[in-house]
Each structure stands twice: as C-alpha cells, then as structure tokens.
Design a protein around this ligand. Structure first.
Ligand SMILES: NC(=O)c1ccc[n+]([C@@H]2O[C@H](COP(=O)([O-])OP(=O)(O)OC[C@H]3O[C@@H](n4cnc5c(N)ncnc54)[C@H](O)[C@@H]3O)[C@@H](O)[C@H]2O)c1
Length: 305
C-alpha cells in the first residue's frame, strides 16, 4: 500500500484530499497543528499527527508521497505579521522539504496559489508563464517555496508538482473571518443577514469546487507530467455581484446588495488559464458554480450554522 503524508489534513482542502486518498486505498497519515483546522474534519481511517511542520520531523515514518497543504492562509494576517507568515509558510515548508529529501520521498505535491502570486496579471485567464508579481507577504511566501522545490529537484532529485489554485470553495471551508466569500455569503444569508460586498462588486474571481481540486491532487500524485507548475481553476471569471445573485437565487430569498468600502490593493480581476492542466494532467473541473454553490449550501444547512 502506498503511504501518503498530508500536511494541513485537518483543514478545508487537506481533509477532502485525505477522504479521497482513503477511498482509493492509500495508507494515509495527516499532520496538522490545528491552528485553523479541526480534528473532526479528519477521516477516522487516517492517522492524525498533531504537530507543526516546523517541528522535528525525523520521528515520522517514511512516506511515498507528501501532499503539502499546511499553511497560514490569511493574506491580511501576512501583511500584519510577516514573520509569522514566513515562519510557517517558508521555514515550515523548508523543514518539510528537508524531511522529504532525507527520507527519499518519491514526489511532493505543493498547494500554491494562482490568486495571490500573479499580482495584477497582464493576461486573463492567466497562464503559468505569466510573470510573478505578488501584492502580499502571503503571495511572496507561497511563491518562495516554489523556488525551493526547484532547488531540491536540482540538488537532490526530489520530484515535485506545484498546483496553483484559484479560489477554492466548498463544504468545510471556514465561513467566518479567514474563509472564502462563498461560505461567508451563504452563512449570512441563511441567517437572514446581509453580507457586505467590498467595493462595487465588479471584481472577479475564478471559483473552483474543492472536489475538483482533490481530483487534481490525485492525478498529480500518480501521473508523470512534464510540467511541474500547473494552474487549477476554471478559467472563468465571476463577479462578486453575480455570485451574490447566484446564491440568493439558489436559496430563493431576496437579500439586497450591501456595498462597503473597497479593500486597498484588492485585485480587480482574477482567473487562471488551465490549458496545462487539461493537456498534461488530463484534468478539467467537472462541477459548475451553481452545482458547487448548491452542494455548499446543503453542507452548511446540515451543520445548522
Ligand atoms: N482555499 C483556497 O482558495 C486556496 C487557494 C490557493 C491556495 N490555497 C492553499 O491550499 C492550502 C490549504 O488551504 P485551505 O483553504 O484548506 O486552508 P485551511 O486553513 O483550511 O488549511 C490549512 C491547514 O494547515 C494547518 N496548519 C497551519 N499552519 C500549520 C503548521 N505550521 N503546521 C501544521 N499545520 C498547520 C491549519 O491548522 C489548517 O488545518 C494552503 O497551502 C493554501 O495556501 C488555498
């Protein structure tokens, strides 16, 4: 049985990856410090190690694959506390890479970001070849690890695949402060509250459903691909105004749009080009935004939020 270590396993995306790995018969260990994730998210058929990626990892077993999702994910927090961000996202990841090198891991999959590293892209949808120009410490820290991965490949032949996600959404995503706009809007609306749209709502994002992101990870583990950096998204832009309308329509409620001040430095448009994923990973998103919104609403209703 192939052994996989998933970091960030108690978090939103990592916990769904654990579920699918278990379903496909892998021997799965999750590692999470529970700073943002929840123990209850982790499939009981997986082992869970409660630890920090910066801890001494020499006590761990050897693994065939490492799927690295542990990260501090809050852009604002990275700007307010860049040392905290760098400690987790850069130094923690480097510690993990040392572990991978010393234990001859066959491949590491790294969750990077397509939303925070291209800055204000010159091309939309943005291909992987577009110049990287992050607007936040988070973008810099996530991108820095991409460079380290290439160094570890060159020096130690550590095989890797970088998946640059657009805006991932779905069940188990935090519906409060550090969460995504979709569960935040849904939670507010289910509670008959009016969510705030920052700015004029014309800013666009590329929303990809978590199950599709999980499938990309599974393919990245098993497939030998000549490309090492792969965007994962839908290639489609949806504005926050359109999103508001889709959610109210699905919930069949009438909630007015409430506009607030725009967020300084917020990117106006964002969508990633997924040609490489389609061609080499043989991956494409299969969940439409309306289907994904309905599934996220069902999950939140089930939790009685
Ligand atoms: N959600 C998105 O839209 C999105 C987009 C692009 C990239 N990503 C990347 O995907 C990954 C997962 O994101 P998510 O949305 O599931 O976030 P999440 O916060 O739900 O999951 C991250 C997990 O990592 C854990 N963690 C944080 N610091 C840790 C540390 N030092 N040691 C061990 N565990 C630690 C947290 O407790 C949490 O469970 C992250 O690397 C993030 O940068 C997410």
């Amino acid at each position: 049985m192939q052994k996989v270590l998933v970091t960030g396993a108690a978090g939103f995306i990592g916990s769904h990856i654990v579920d699918e790995l278990i379903r496909q018969g892998y021997d799965v260990t999750g590692l999470d410090n529970l700073s943002h994730g929840k123990k209850k998210n982790v499939n009981p058929k997986a082992r869970l190690i409660i630890a920090d990626i910066s801890d001494d990892l020499s006590v761990l077993d050897n693994y065939d694959y490492v799927v690295h999702h542990a990260s501090q994910i809050d852009v604002m927090k990275s700007i307010e506390n860049p040392l905290y961000d760098a400690n987790t996202n850069i130094l923690g990841s480097l510690n993990l890479l040392e572990f991978c090198r010393k234990t001859y891991v066959k491949k590491i999959i790294y969750a990077s970001t397509g939303g925070a590293i291209y800055g204000k892209p010159k091309q939309i949808p943005t291909p992987e070849t577009c110049s990287v120009d992050p607007d936040s410490h988070y973008g810099v820290s996530k991108h820095t690890v991409e460079h380290y991965l290439e160094i570890y490949r060159k020096l130690y032949r550590l095989n890797y695949c970088i998946l640059r996600y657009s805006n991932v959404y779905g069940p188990r995503q935090d519906c409060d402060g550090e969460g995504g706009v979709i569960p935040i809007f849904i939670k507010k609306m289910l509670n008959k509250d009016t969510p705030m749209i920052y700015g004029n709502g014309n800013q666009t994002r590329d929303f990809v459903f978590v199950k599709d992101v999980v499938n990309a990870n599974l393919l990245a583990i098993t497939k030998k691909v000549p490309k090492r950096i792969i965007n994962i998204g839908t290639g489609k832009e949806t504005s926050i105004n359109e999103l508001h309308e889709m959610i109210t329509k699905t919930l069949d409620i009438d909630i007015p749009k409430l506009y607030g001040h725009s967020i300084k430095g917020e990117i106006k448009r964002s969508a990633v080009d997924i040609t490489v994923a389609r061609e080499y990973l043989k991956w494409a998103p299969s969940t439409s935004l309306s289907q994904g919104i309905a599934l996220t609403i069902d999950a939140l209703k089930e939790k009685n939020i």
